[in-house]
Write a new protein. Structure first.
Ligand code: AP5
Ligand code: ZN
Length: 214
């Protein structure tokens, strides 16, 4: 099963992608997580990506495309994969289409999680991410058992650097200008399914399961 998660920043792509990956036993490939891991490890890629991410801008296509194209050719992706945060621009989508065409494959589902901008700011302000394992929580909608402590690994939970309100506004603008056109791009391939992302996490997941038939 080859799935793309579409939707604004904070729409719930990561939350749902993890659940689908667990259920369908396919890898969850999040470019944001890959960049954050590189920042934590202090790699060259991480240093380059951080300047863009902190400003709420997109990392240049040339730093992203090869990385994802290489990743989806690894052995654990033969049964499928879930792309979360990629593609984010038309050139990225074209790079993906070309890479898949070369091996006579194509994406099967583009799950568009639809949440109005006004809900997004509130979601981002309440999101907490684990510094250890990257698990995400929400202070109101998905709180950890102990405040500011990760249920999974016991490390501290923090606000992501790019979740400050002024950066979120820029990320939303970037989404509308550069990423939203991908809905049309994948509509033309007939694989877009739009889900009401304002529902509870469980309701959103239930809608996705119906679409995927799992
Ligand atoms: P990335 O990490 O991909 O961030 P994003 O797309 O902005 O998405 P988020 O992770 O912020 O949100 P999400 O939709 O996954 O929501 P979540 O499930 O966490 O990218 C970060 C940056 O990296 C980019 O800005 C860019 O600079 C760079 N980058 C990454 N990929 C790139 C690429 N391909 N090209 C160029 N640059 C790239 O949910 C949000 C919160 O809401 C959580 O607290 C969650 O608990 C809560 N929540 C989730 N669902 C619900 C619900 N149904 N009801 C209530 N609360 C909910
Ligand atoms: Zn953790």
């Amino acid at each position: 099963m080859k799935i793309i998660m579409l939707g604004a920043p904070g729409a719930g792509k990561g939350t749902q992608a993890k659940k689908i990956a667990d259920l369908c036993k396919v890898p969850h490939i999040s470019t944001g997580d890959i960049f954050r891991a590189n920042i934590k490890q202090g790699t060259e890629l991480g240093k380059k990506a951080k300047t863009y991410m902190d400003a709420g801008e997109l990392v240049p296509d040339e730093l992203v495309c090869d990385l994802v194209v290489d990743r989806i050719q690894q052995d654990d992706c033969t049964e499928g994969f879930i792309l979360d945060g990629f593609p984010r621009t038309i050139p990225q989508a074209e790079a993906l289409t070309n890479a898949l065409n070369a091996i006579e494959q194509k994406m099967e589902y583009a799950l568009n999680i639809d949440v109005p901008d006004e809900n997004i700011i509130h979601r981002m302000a309440g999101r907490r991410a684990c510094v250890g394992c990257g698990a995400t929580y929400h202070v109101e909608f998905n709180p950890p058992k102990v405040q500011d402590v990760c249920d999974v690994c016991g490390e501290a939970l923090v606000l992501r650097d790019d979740d400050k309100p002024e950066t979120v506004m820029n990320r939303l603008n970037v989404y509308h200008e550069q990423t939203k056109p991908l809905i049309d791009y994948y509509e033309k391939q007939g694989i877009v399914h739009t889900i009401d992302g304002t529902q509870t996490m469980d309701q959103v997941f239930s809608d996705i399961r119906k679409i995927l038939g799992v």
